[in-house]
Write a protein that binds this ligand. Structure first.
Ligand SMILES: NC(=O)c1ccc[n+]([C@@H]2O[C@H](COP(=O)([O-])OP(=O)(O)OC[C@H]3O[C@@H](n4cnc5c(N)ncnc54)[C@H](OP(=O)(O)O)[C@@H]3O)[C@@H](O)[C@H]2O)c1
Length: 246
């Protein structure tokens, strides 16, 4: 795929150092995109990929708006105006509502919601100035759609991302920028390490496809939303969960 001027499209991915974000970065590089990503810490993956000229990584903290604004500027200097943004960086903190701590609530809101909004603002400013359209993909969660006991604050942030998807689809559609969410089910990443074996087996039993998801189960949907195959789709939430919510 190429931009109208013949260059390779540039995609920004938040949280591409490990887990789902890493899987997305790998799939995008394989598909021929240029990719910029950040997280708070470098990982063996970002270090091993640093020599690839299509890849740019810098440390940044999405909960710090100055940090993400600076990252977006450097990424644009490195690879040009982005065509795509994948809002993937996120954290999960469990805690029942009666005892969840202020710090846990604050951290969830700052990373998953405010951070996503700040990064989207910085990238959309670039997209609007270039007038070449784009595709934004918010990685939300089935927890935001269906809930999960003990994850009310996390669920609120993910439901909030889906709400943002719909509002931005209306705001940015006239500028040829599409906005969609992908709501994954339970994926085998560090994020679910806190689940006990019993909980994982229960999830697998309730999943029609009979297993937990992997990052590569989600990357096809990401490539679809970036491609012309989804040119008339915006404001949607696509569930990728092995059927657990069906
Ligand atoms: N795993 C699942 O079952 C599942 C299901 C549905 C949705 N999701 C969503 O998928 C996304 C990725 O989750 P994952 O499972 O891949 O989690 P993960 O393995 O814990 O990876 C999270 C990524 O986000 C980055 N990150 C976290 N806090 C950050 C911050 N303040 N600033 C910048 N980067 C930050 C992490 O890097 P650093 O820690 O170095 O900053 C890492 O790269 C999340 O939005 C999550 O809510 C996951």
């Amino acid at each position: 795929m190429k931009n109208t001027d013949g260059s390779t499209p540039h995609i920004i991915v938040s949280g591409g150092s490990r887990g789902l974000g890493k899987g997305i970065v790998e799939a995008l590089l394989t598909a021929g995109y240029r990719v910029s990503t950040f997280s708070r810490k470098a990982t063996p993956f970002t270090e091993a990929t640093a020599a690839n000229p299509a890849f740019f990584f810098e440390t940044a903290d999405i909960s710090d708006s100055d940090s993400v604004t600076a990252f977006a500027k450097t990424a644009q200097t490195k690879h040009g105006t982005p065509f795509g943004l994948i809002n993937c960086a996120g954290i999960a903190r469990d805690g029942v509502i009666a005892t969840i701590k202020n710090e846990q609530v604050g951290e969830l809101l700052a990373v998953n919601l405010a951070g996503t909004i700040h990064l989207t603002r910085a990238v959309v400013r670039q997209m609007l100035l270039s007038k070449s359209g784009g595709s934004i993909i918010n990685i939300s969660s089935i927890i935001g759609l269906r809930g999960y006991s003990g994850l009310a604050a996390y669920a609120a942030t993910k439901g909030g991302m889906d709400a943002m998807t719909r509002a931005l689809a209306r705001e940015l559609g006239p500028r040829s920028i599409r906005v969609n969410s992908i709501a994954p089910g339970y994926l085998e990443t560090e994020m679910i390490h806190g689940l006990g074996e019993g909980q994982k087996l229960q999830i697998i039993r309730r999943t029609p496809l009979g297993r937990l998801g992997k990052p590569e189960d989600v990357t096809g949907a990401v490539l679809f939303f970036l491609s012309a195959a989804s040119a008339f789709i915006t404001g949607q939430v696509l569930t990728v969960d092995g059927g657990i919510t069906c």
